[in-house]
Design a protein around this ligand. Structure first.
Ligand SMILES: [Cu+2]
Length: 144
């Protein structure tokens, strides 16, 4: 049985949908990079973390409040790509991924604005990805 042009045209959207579903499935089954978790008691003071044998420092300037911009500075000697993603455990908080830009002091910076949590939670996880290696830093936002 030969397919008519009309039948082919009708099949195209379904093929496209199938492709999208398949790629979402692939994306979700991708094994995530095993992340290490580090504690940084006070991000304003900053922390020195060990990642792959190098010392990475992380610091925040400005209040750690939702809807208010704060400055994130990461120093990672020799790093090429630094990204920070902000999530909540078992809750979709939307897309909060930032690419940090090199600053004049040899560090990386980004201006971060976190969304409000509809559940009123304040516990966030900052996942730093430095040249493909990830480190998770749990923190709690300030109320005022
Ligand atoms: Cu939340």
């Amino acid at each position: 049985m030969a397919l008519s042009t009309r039948q082919v045209f009708l099949a195209v959207p379904w093929l496209a949908i199938g492709l999208v579903v398949a790629s979402i499935g692939w994306w979700q089954t991708r094994t995530p990079e095993p992340a290490q978790t580090a504690a940084c008691p006070d991000l304003h003071v900053g922390c020195a973390l060990q990642l792959d044998g190098r010392t990475v420092t992380v610091r925040v300037e400005g209040k750690l409040q939702v809807l208010k911009p704060f400055q994130l500075t990461v120093n990672a000697p020799g790093a090429r790509k630094v990204q920070a993603q902000f999530t909540m455990a078992s809750m979709d908080m939307g897309f909060n991924l930032y690419s940090l830009r090199p600053d004049a002091q040899g560090g990386f910076r980004a201006r971060i604005v976190l969304p409000v949590c509809v559940s009123g939670r304040r516990d966030w996880v900052m996942s730093l990805e430095i040249d493909g290696r990830r480190i998770d830093l749990p923190f709690v936002t300030e109320l005022s």
